[in-house]
Write a protein that binds this ligand. Structure first.
Ligand code: NAP
Length: 289
């Protein structure tokens, strides 16, 4: 392997240390600790690994992180009441809704009722819309993790050919906007690109390659441009093991930097959630904005 590994655990630790110092300073100024609430419907909040790792990161940073546990029988209306209650509670600075939600619940409708100023995940339509104009500091967490990995390489993204494979609202589209804001020249590929038989051609041009598709080993190593930076967002389980969307070993022979799966984008995502929440806390308390 010739690529340098973009170690998400190490990056998360470094970012976490910075956030802890920030929370300590905010606490000294306001006498308050940021409080975040994760609304969990139907599952045991403590049993899910994402919820557990968020709580661990939050506590390490000095954030008061709580679960609001709702039964799986909860109605959309009852969920909305709970969100409304938390929106109006001045002691709560950040709110998120744990996924997956039961089939009777409309996640995006609920996410849109979270006050944009308390939106930990950055998935509220208002914050997604502001991403378009570059006017929000609340950034969807996984795209923020992708950008943190790219920044950790020290490379200037300006003018680079960036190819994003996948155009979901939670990953591909926000990554596109964030890369554009950094003056990369961005191409977004999706199922239509593959149907037209043109995916490999685009991937082969990429100096920056971000993949979020959800298909194991979907991007062939031989397509990766020599010296490319590869950020693999995909998480797929194959024979009980987690693998990404990029064929790791052959891609790592050609890339200059590459994220592993697991241990790449994932660990930094939870830290970005805390970063959003600290920004929300600043906006609500008026400290340092
Ligand atoms: P998603 O909503 O299912 O979107 C998948 C995207 O891949 C779609 O835009 C789809 O294109 C595209 N796609 C599907 N088949 C394709 C093909 N043959 N050629 C080109 N593009 C194709 O998935 P997501 O939520 O973005 O998640 C993607 C992956 O990232 C999953 O493995 C997920 O588990 C992982 N993930 C990881 C994190 C993390 O923190 N590490 C967070 C979120 C997601 P169309 O739009 O044309 O259908």
């Amino acid at each position: 392997m010739s690529a340098k590994l973009l170690d998400g655990k190490l990056l998360a630790q470094n970012l976490q240390a910075g956030l802890k110092a920030e929370v300590d300073a905010l606490r000294a100024k306001t006498g308050l600790a940021p409080r975040f609430v994760n609304i969990v419907i139907g599952q045991d909040a403590g049993s899910g690994s994402y919820g557990r790792s968020q709580k661990r990161v939050a506590e390490a940073v000095g954030i008061d992180y709580r679960f609001a546990q709702l039964p799986h029988t909860v109605t959309q209306e009852e969920l909305l009441d709970q969100i409304h209650f938390l929106n109006n509670d001045p002691a709560v600075h950040g709110i998120m809704i744990h996924k997956p939600v039961p089939s009777g619940i409309d996640f995006q409708l609920a996410a849109n009722l979270v006050s944009p100023g308390k939106d930990l995940e950055g998935l509220n339509d208002v914050n997604l819309g502001k991403l378009l104009t570059g006017r929000t500091r609340i950034i969807p967490c996984t795209p923020a993790s992708v950008m943190a990995h790219l920044d950790s390489t020290g490379l200037d993204l300006s003018g680079k050919d960036a190819v994003v494979v996948g155009r979901s609202e939670i990953v591909g589209k926000p990554v596109e906007l964030l890369l554009l804001e950094r003056n990369a020249t961005v191409t977004v590929c999706h199922s239509g690109t593959s149907k037209a038989g043109r995916l490999a051609e685009h991937v082969k041009r990429a100096e920056i390659l971000v993949v979020a598709v959800g298909r194991p080993g979907f991007i062939r190593g031989e397509w990766v441009r020599e010296g490319a930076v590869v950020v693999d967002v995909g998480i797929n389980e194959v024979d009980g093991k987690l693998v990404g969307d990029v064929e790791f070993a052959p891609a790592a022979e050609r890339a200059s930097f590459i994220t592993p799966v697991p241990g790449g984008v994932g660990p930094v995502t939870a830290v970005m959630l805390m970063k959003n929440g600290i920004e929300a806390f600043r906006q609500q308390t008026g400290v340092g904005i």
